[in-house]
Design a protein around this ligand. Structure first.
Ligand code: RB5
Length: 149
């Protein structure tokens, strides 16, 4: 699976941790930055991943900032992106089963490394449940069509 990763300075450490974890699981993550702890603006990095997921160049994305809030706001500006801010295992599971989330967002200053790894594993392994949830996603698509240029 092609997974893109990006963070700002507040998520840099956790991004590095999750990149190594993805590699240990046999994935080949695409790291789009940031590449050190210097202060940067999260919209620049969130957009790099969200745009590629929106275009279908990447299947999934993982975005980390300090709280996860800024990155999730940015990512959900892109058509077809369903970015889920997840800092617990219950949300990790249901963001996939019910919402078919294609970008996982976490707060690097909120979740510990071990929990973040487990959230990522559950998020990657949980399939979308379809059925009534598909109908709801169709409604989201209709809203995008109506409201986005
Ligand atoms: C950067 O200090 C911080 O604002 C950012 O990482 C994030 O938490 C924004 O939502």
């Amino acid at each position: 699976m092609q997974i893109g990763l990006a963070s700002d300075h507040g998520g840099f450490d956790l991004k590095e941790e999750l990149k190594a974890y993805l590699k240990s699981m046999g994935h080949d993550p695409v790291d789009l930055g940031t590449f050190n702890e210097d202060s940067v603006d999260y919209p620049d990095y969130g957009a790099l991943v969200a745009e590629r997921v929106s275009k279908g160049d990447l299947e999934r994305g993982v975005l980390i900032c300090g709280t996860g809030i800024g990155m999730s706001v940015v990512a959900n500006k892109f058509r077809g992106v369903r970015a889920a801010l997840v800092n617990d295992l219950f949300s990790a599971r249901f963001s996939r089963e019910h919402t078919d989330s294609n970008i996982l967002v976490m707060g690097g200053r909120i979740v510990g490394r071990a929990l973040a790894r487990e959230i990522l594993r559950v998020w990657l392994e949980t399939p979308f449940a379809g059925d009534r949830h598909q109908r709801r996603l169709e409604k989201i698509k209709a809203l995008e069509k109506k409201n986005f240029k």
